[in-house]
Write a protein that binds this ligand. Structure first.
Ligand SMILES: Cc1ncc(COP(=O)(O)O)c(C=O)c1O
Length: 329
């Protein structure tokens, strides 16, 4: 059971905005309220000790959920329940145990956003972490907690033609750290790859598996388009089974495309008609070039653009076929 969400009068008085740095270096105003240790508290009070296990060893699982402003001005969460279900499922990898259910976490998030008076597009960051103050190299016998905070967020990367590079870093291998897990420690892999890509003047990095097949981007799944066929690497190729990936496969099939999950070779990328990324953060982003090799014919990205339009319509609540994706705040 979720502990009752209480806020003292003093707490209300000190719940003021804080900021963090976004992926493009811009400051993001973090919502005044956070969920921490079973209750809603001012963000400034949601702090952990430097002895926390997950801080020392990366033993936390995170999620990213988007909220989109709808035509009537309300914000709706995209795939909120699915994200919390994935979070709790992935928690098994780190042997976590918490009292909250996925449904309760959706409710807590809605309540937090109402207190934050959320009225624009936003991003929610839940963390399931080993909260014990311990340096034991172990997973069991350490307390687990959920923390959630949110901040306004528009486009995370350009959605109309990213320049990307193939990273020299391999995608973290399932037999090393499970890629499917969204385990915080494993995102060192993503940081290393993105760091090099940015240093080389690219917007994103693509990573190969240790066997040399295409896995995904630093924090997004990849699709390649050839004619009416759209392919994406299988989840057994060290990719995160993306919730947006699933949604795009559904939308693409609804649009009559033949969607397949199969191994993708590196050089297939160079000769594809179109390539795009999908993810909560990147949404749907067309790739303009890989390692400075232009993708496609140079006439834009017609398939990607049509899927983008369908996706953006759905997340704004403008397509009743997909209204079940959304939970109003
Ligand atoms: C490594 C990685 N791949 C893919 C994705 C896309 O997943 P989703 O669509 O569930 O956001 C993410 C982001 O969550 C990610 O971190």
């Amino acid at each position: 059971m979720v502990r009752r969400m209480t806020a003292t009068r003093e707490a209300t008085a000190v719940a003021t905005a804080h900021s963090a740095q976004g992926s493009d270096g811009r400051r993001l105003d973090i919502g005044a309220w956070a969920y921490f240790e079973g209750k809603l508290v001012p963000f400034a009070d949601a702090n952990v000790s430097i002895a926390t296990h997950s801080f020392n060893y990366g033993t936390a699982i995170f999620e990213g959920i988007r909220g989109y402003r709808q035509a009537d001005g309300h914000v709706a969460l995209l795939f909120a329940l699915e994200h919390y279900q994935r979070l709790l499922r992935n928690g098994k990898l780190l042997r976590t145990s918490i009292p909250e259910t996925a449904e309760e976490l959706v409710e807590v998030t809605r309540e937090m956003l109402r207190r934050n008076e959320a009225a624009e597009d936003l991003y929610i960051r839940p963390l399931l972490y080993k909260s014990a103050q311990s340096i034991r190299l172990q997973l069991t016998g350490l307390d687990d907690r959920i923390a959630i905070f949110a901040f306004p967020l528009g486009d995370y990367v350009a959605t109309e033609g990213l320049r990307v590079s193939l990273s020299a870093w391999q995608r973290v291998n399932d037999n090393a750290v499970p890629a499917r897990g969204k385990i915080t420690g494993s995102y060192v892999n993503a940081c290393l790859a993105v760091e090099d890509a940015h240093a080389g003047g690219y917007g994103e990095a693509l990573l190969l598996t240790s066997e040399g097949h295409v896995a995904e981007a630093s924090s997004a799944n990849i699709f390649i388009v050839n004619g009416r066929q759209i392919a994406t690497p299988p989840t057994s190729d060290d990719v995160l089974p993306g919730i947006t990936r699933d949604a795009i496969m559904t939308v693409a099939r609804d649009h009559g495309y033949d969607v397949v999950e199969r191994k993708v070779d590196r050089t297939e990328l160079y000769v594809a008609d179109e390539i795009f990324l999908s993810g909560t953060g990147v949404q749907i982003a067309a790739i303009a070039s890989i390692d400075d090799r232009p993708i496609g014919s140079g006439d834009g990205f017609p398939v990607t653009t049509s899927l983008q339009q369908a996706y953006f319509k759905a997340v704004r609540g403008l397509d009743p076929r997909y209204s079940h994706w959304l939970t109003r705040v």
